[in-house]
Design a protein around this ligand. Structure first.
Ligand code: ZN
Length: 75
């Protein structure tokens, strides 16, 4: 298997790692920063997380993770 075949995610090479987004670009710090993950919303299609810059706490991105364990409905 070609290890480079899986890297077709469209981002700039090296600037984005897919595993849980440990570093994102912060527009305020103007650099890639470590981020903290915060649960923002619980949506029908999954949990929406917000990524906050570890240095200045600016919001640097959001992500909806499809939860497999969220079939429990609150009625
Ligand atoms: Zn920042």
């Amino acid at each position: 298997m070609n290890p480079h075949a899986q890297r077709a995610f469209g981002g700039p090479p090296g600037a984005y790692r897919d595993f849980d987004a440990t570093e994102l670009f912060c527009p305020r710090c103007r650099r890639a920063v470590p981020v903290r993950k915060r649960l923002l919303l619980v949506l029908p299609e999954g949990d929406k997380y917000e990524y906050l810059c570890a240095f200045c706490s600016a919001s640097v991105g959001t992500k909806v993770s499809r939860g497999e364990a969220h079939l429990r409905l609150i009625v």
